[in-house]
Design a protein around this ligand. Sequence first.
Ligand code: ZN
Length: 357
Amino acid sequence: MSDRVGLVVCPEVRIYDHGPQHPLRPDRVLLTWDLIRAYGLDAASNVHVLRAEPAADDVIGLVHTPQFIDATRRAGQGEEGDFSRFGYGPGDNPIFPRMHEAGALVVGASVAAARAVWEEGFDHAFSAAGGLHHAMPARASGFCVYDDPAVAIAWLLGRGAGRVAYVDVDVHHGDGPQAIFYAEPRVLTVSIHESGEYLFPGTGFPEERGAGAAEGTKVNVPLPPGTGDAAWLAAFREVVPARVREFRPDVLVTQLGCDTHATDPLAHLRLTTGAYREAAKILHALAHEAAGGRWVATGGGGYQWARVVPRAWTIYFAEMAGALDGLPDELPEGWIEEAEFRLRGPVPTTLSEEPAP
Ligand SMILES: [Zn+2]
C-alpha cells in the first residue's frame, strides 16, 4: 500500500517577500509547486493537495512572545518606529508590508503539514514554504520572521506527541529549534551544516548538546567549506539514522534547505542534486523505520531560486510520494520555459547533474 502523502500549497505565500534585492525569493516556492505539478506528482492517487490558513496568534505564541508578534504586526502595517530590538531593520530582515500575515501563513502551512500527519492519517506531508529556522522567540533573524519548524514541533508536543526528532540539512545551523528546545528532552535536534566559523549564524558546534534533562538531545555536525557530496553523505549517514533510531520519535520533522548546493551564492558547500536524492531516500526509510512513517517536511534555505531549489524539493517530494525512481530526469519543457522567463536566463534541463568539480 503506497504512503498517503500531503502537499501543502498556499500561493498567497508570495507575500513573504523582502523585496527585489533580497536573496530569499518567493519564486523559489512557487516554481517548486509548478515543477511538482508539471511532473504530475500532485495528481498521483496517493497525493493530496492541502490548503493552509494563517496561524492564529495563540499558535504562533507557542514559540514567540506576544510583544514580538505585536511588533511584527505593527511594523508590517507601516507603523513608524525602531523595531531593531525585534531583529528588524536594514540587512537580513528588512521590514516588508504584511510581514505578520506572511509569517503567519508560513507557520499555518507547516502546522497544516504536522496536523495532516498527526491527526489526519497522512504518512508524510511537505510544506515547501516553510523552514524559517533562524527566528527566535522574541527576534527575527536570517530572513526568518516566525520559526515555523519550531512552532510545528511545539504544536505536535501540545497535541500529545511524546518525542519529536528534528533533522535540519540546511547549510546554516538550525539555531532556532535548537535554542527554543534547548532544555526540552522530548525534542531531538540534529543539524548538519557549514561550520559557524565561516558562516551565519556562527553557532552549531558539537559542544552545544542541550541543557539539564535535555543534555545530549541537541546534535551538531559542522562541516568545512568545500565539503562535497561524498563527505557530506558520509557524515549524514554516520550521525542522522543512528541518533534518530536511538531517540524513537513519534514524528520525524525535517528542514530541507538546499543552500548547500555548489552554486548557491550565500554559502560554501559543494553539494549536487545527487546528494539530495540520497538524503531523501535515507530520511524516507528512517521515517518508516523509526517514526511509524510519520514524516513532516519543510523547505528552508536555497538562493539559486530557479536553477536549484525547485529541482531539489521536487526530488525530495517525489521520494516522499514513492515516485522518485520512475521520475523522468528530463524536466518538463513547459516548466523550463516558465523558469527561464522568470529568471531571464538558462536553467538546467535535468534533475541530475555532474558532481561539482
Ligand atoms: Zn540556510
